[in-house]
Design a protein around this ligand. Structure first.
Ligand code: FES
Length: 132
């Protein structure tokens, strides 16, 4: 399993290899937020991403996957997924965008978060993969 994150427009995305599972859970049952948390804690502390409610309610974690803007906390991880900032002009750092301008109508429709109930890392698992 691997994910790609476009941290700078005009540059190739950074590729991160993930273990087969996280705490025994398949990545398909985990969110993009969980994958980015893993990458930040395990490989690259400079990776910037946003996470707050963790259940699709606040939209702070919006990212772009292909032509679609989604909430990272409710979108499942797929192999070789390319994660980009929701909109290039609003990029602050990596996949974080200017939240003052993030409104559903200004970017794109966001998938129905009720359709996904995915896991984000518990504090225990975050501590576990940040210690190694
Ligand atoms: S963290 Fe609130 S919608 Fe993702």
């Amino acid at each position: 399993m691997r994910i790609r994150i476009r941290r700078e427009f005009g540059q190739e995305p950074t590729i991160y290899e993930l273990p087969a599972t996280l705490d025994g859970q398949d990545w398909a049952s985990l969110s993009l937020s969980a994958a980015m948390a893993y990458v930040q804690r395990r490989y690259d502390p400079s990776l910037a991403y946003a996470l707050s409610c963790g259940r699709g309610s606040c939209n702070i974690c919006v990212v772009r996957i292909g032509d679609e803007v989604v909430t990272a906390c409710t979108t499942p991880v797929t192999d070789d997924v390319l994660i980009e900032p929701a909109r290039q002009k609003l990029q602050v750092k990596d996949v974080i965008v200017d939240m003052g301008l993030v409104k559903k109508a200004r970017i794109a429709p966001i998938r129905d978060p009720a359709a996904f109930r995915l896991s984000t890392p518990s504090n225990a698992s975050v501590e576990e993969f940040s210690s190694g």
